[in-house]
Each structure stands twice: as structure tokens, then as C-alpha cells.
Design a protein around this ligand. Structure first.
Ligand SMILES: Nc1ncnc2c1ncn2[C@@H]1O[C@H](COP(=O)(O)OP(=O)(O)OP(=O)(O)O)[C@@H](O)[C@H]1O
Length: 251
């Protein structure tokens, strides 16, 4: 194997992320709490002193129960969130299938949205022209291309947004919950596309509760619980740990 394969693509270095939780839900409550000098918010630590490195070309699953901090971790890697302490470094173009379709405009057509979104993701017009057909073919929405996306079914919308995201220039792909996208045939197609990307030595960080899917796609698993890293190693061992009593008891 060439040494270039071992350069880090993602470095997560001693990262802590806190959120502020509100304890009032109306102006009146806020006012009463304020007059009584009660605390209006408290800090919640979503990620605590987390460190790991993902080398270029590796495919890693981030696993853990609901609320353990997986999506927060991906958002830090994509740059949507910033850590309170520590550092997150990435090398190359990062594409996130995190809030798929977030940049889509309902009043624009499918075609216009492809151009708009690919441009937001850093592509020039000529580059988009070159991949346009692939994007449309993958999404399988050709006959609706010139319709405004507000008239699309939610599945059609997701297919198009997803297709744009995976066809743009990228070195690191962040994927949050693959299974939420599309029906079974489309999911299978996405899986094949991911396998193709892995063969091309793209770096992938995948968040999923689907153990079969992560087993097939990833070689390494990072298990977290309540914002702390509990296990980092080969995918089979990570799945076994997540399903073990040790994970449930681990505090
Ligand atoms: N913007 C926010 N403000 C306040 N709390 C937040 C915010 N985003 C996430 N959290 C909290 O951080 C914790 C971790 O959330 P996160 O979405 O990262 O979990 P997850 O592991 O992806 O969960 P799931 O499996 O349910 O998707 C949760 O307790 C959540 O309520």
C-alpha cells in the first residue's frame, strides 16, 4: 500500500461540544424565572474530550444509541458546528449528506436546483454541465426535471438532493443515516455508489443504526455513548460491543 493512503483525512483532537438548554417555553415563564432569579438555561455536554484520526481512504462508522452525539460529530466535521474546545481538521473537499436538500429552493425547478446546489457545493457551471446527466440519471426524475420541486414527492426530492451531493467533487463524504433516503431499490443503488466511492479510496464517515449496512460499507467502527468515545476498532468488534451488555452498562 502506498504511504499516501495513511495521511489523515480527518483529525478530531480533544473535542468538546456543549449546547445551551432552555428551561422556559414562554415569555411569561421567562419573565417569572428572571424575577425569581432562577436559571433560564443550563449547559449540556454533547461531546466530551473526543479524539480520533481517520486516514485517507478509510471508511468509518460512527455508532451509538439515540442522542449519543453522532450527528453532532458529523456536523463538526462538515463545519456546520464549531467545537467549544479542541480542533477538527479535514483535508480536501468535504461533502455532507447531513441535511440533504437543505439548500433546495421549493419555487425553482429540479434543473435549476441542481445548478444552484452544485454551485453552493463549490462547482463551476462547466463542471456542473459535465455531471448533470449523471445526477439526473441517478435520481431517476428526468420527466419531472422542469417542474418546481415543491410539487415533488418527498422521495423524489430526496433522490435529487442526494444525487447532487454524491456527484459533486469530494474527497471526504459524511453520511448521516443512509436508510432515511428513498425506497429499497434506491437504497440499494446508493449502497453500490458508496462501494464504488470506497473503491476509489474516498474517505467516508457514516452514521447509521443499520448494522448490516455499516458492516458492508465500513472497516472500522467508533462507538460513542453520552458524548464519550467507548470503542474504536475493527467494524465487527465495534458492532459486537454496541450489541453487548458492556455498552449498556458502561457509564
Ligand atoms: N442545537 C442543539 N441544541 C441543544 N441540544 C442539542 C443540539 N443539537 C444536539 N443536541 C443534543 O445533543 C445530544 C446529541 O445529539 P445528536 O443529534 O448528536 O445525537 P445522535 O447520536 O445523532 O442521535 P440519533 O441517533 O437520535 O440521531 C442530544 O441530547 C441532543 O438533544
Amino acid at each position: 500500500m502506498k504511504s499516501i493512503d495513511h495521511r489523515p483525512a480527518v483529525i478530531v483532537d480533544a473535542v468538546t461540544k456543549r449546547f445551551s438548554l432552555k428551561h422556559t417555553h414562554s415569555m411569561k415563564e421567562t419573565f417569572i424565572a428572571w424575577t425569581k432569579r432562577k436559571q433560564l438555561t443550563s449547559d449540556f455536554t454533547a461531546l466530551s474530550d473526543m479524539s480520533f484520526v481517520v486516514p485517507e481512504g478509510e471508511s468509518v462508522a460512527i455508532m451509538g444509541y439515540n442522542g449519543s452525539g453522532k450527528s453532532t460529530l458529523l456536523k463538526l466535521m462538515s463545519g456546520v458546528l464549531r467545537p467549544d474546545t479542541g480542533k477538527v481538521l479535514t483535508r480536501g473537499h468535504v461533502a455532507g449528506l447531513i441535511e440533504v436538500g437543505a439548500g433546495f429552493h421549493p419555487d425553482l425547478t429540479g434543473r435549476e436546483n441542481v445548478y444552484l446546489n452544485a454551485a453552493i457545493l463549490g462547482m463551476q457551471k462547466a463542471e456542473i454541465d459535465a455531471i448533470f446527466e449523471q445526477i439526473v440519471d441517478f435520481a431517476e426524475i428526468r420527466e419531472f426535471l422542469d417542474q418546481e420541486v415543491k410539487h415533488y414527492s418527498s422521495g423524489m426530492f430526496m433522490r435529487l438532493a442526494f444525487s447532487v451531493a454524491i456527484h459533486v467533487r469530494l474527497d471526504i463524504l459524511l453520511v448521516d443515516e443512509i436508510l432515511s433516503v428513498g425506497d429499497a431499490p434506491f437504497r440499494e443503488k446508493c449502497k453500490l455508489k458508496f462501494e464504488e466511492m470506497i473503491a476509489e479510496r474516498k474517505t467516508m464517515v457514516v452514521v447509521s443504526h443499520d448494522m448490516e449496512m455499516v458492516r458492508q460499507l465500513c472497516s472500522r467502527g467508533i462507538v460513542i455513548k453520552r458524548g464519550k468515545l467507548r470503542f474504536d476498532g475493527p467494524i465487527e468488534e465495534a458492532v459486537a460491543y454496541l450489541e453487548s451488555e458492556a455498552y449498556q452498562l458502561d457509564d
